[in-house]
Write a protein that binds this ligand. Structure first.
Ligand SMILES: Nc1ncnc2c1ncn2[C@@H]1O[C@H](COP(=O)(O)OP(=O)(O)OP(=O)(O)O)[C@@H](O)[C@H]1O
Ligand SMILES: [Mg+2]
Length: 207
């Protein structure tokens, strides 16, 4: 068997021009016909249209159209004050735009508050990491489990139900830690992680 990996064709990243407004990219790659052999059909996970956010007289975000490809690491770049954080805040439901619509994985997210956006699968991490330093890496992961039911009526009567749920959460947490190469650190305090490792922990927790 060959050990060679066939590289996946990755769509061109869409970069913001330095004016702070994002214009419609020339080729969005929304394929209309059958994909050419060897060329990935671009299937955007996020599509935003006509998103504007004004602060008084300042137009902080003016996005005509933007698409974020699925399964690719995409960066939004621009100078200080270009509107990157404001756009993130809008798309994640932390702020409301003056105009605009956007969808994530086919679901309309415009006007949906941040906690619901997260439940719909679009999870945000912040530039400054937020982990609980005096809990272990594994404990931090377990706190982030999306479907914790807590100690409900039945699990208080039958502790094995609670243990089963806890074991499932722990298994999932370990699987994610392995994927983000933090499995060797699961019993370390989060405080002992490097900045980059803390970011990885946040991304594992958001997964
Ligand atoms: N809540 C607010 N009220 C008024 N003006 C704001 C507010 N938030 C952002 N702005 C302004 O909107 C513009 C865009 O700010 P934003 O924080 O989105 O920029 P950025 O691209 O994230 O910059 P940086 O690279 O410095 O983080 C800036 O001029 C900023 O002063
Ligand atoms: Mg910013």
């Amino acid at each position: 068997m060959s050990n060679e990996l066939t590289p996946e064709p990755v769509p061109e990243p869409v970069a913001a021009p330095p004016t702070g407004s994002i214009r419609r990219p020339k080729a969005t790659g929304l394929a209309k016909g059958p994909a050419k052999p060897g060329v990935a059909k671009v299937d955007p996970i996020l599509i935003a249209d006509a998103v504007q956010r004004r602060f008084g007289g300042l137009m902080a975000v003016d996005v005509d159209h933007v698409e974020i490809p699925r399964g690719a690491i995409t960066a939004l770049i621009g100078p200080n004050g270009a509107g990157k954080t404001t756009l993130f805040n809008l798309l994640c439901g932390f702020d409301k735009p003056n105009t605009g619509t956007w969808s994530f994985d086919g679901k309309n997210l415009a006007g949906i508050p941040s906690f619901k956006v997260a439940r719909m699968g679009q999870v945000r991490t912040f530039q400054l990491t937020k982990s609980l330093s005096l809990l272990t890496v594994l404990e931090n992961m377990k706190l982030g489990a999306p479907h914790q039911r807590g100690e409900g009526f039945w699990s208080s009567l039958f502790p094995f139900l609670w243990r089963k749920q806890d074991n499932e959460i722990e298994d999932k947490a370990r699987e994610l830690l392995a994927r983000f190469k933090l499995d060797a650190k699961e019993n370390d305090f989060a405080a002992s992680l490097s900045g980059g490792q803390r970011k990885l922990l946040e991304m594992a927790r958001a997964s």
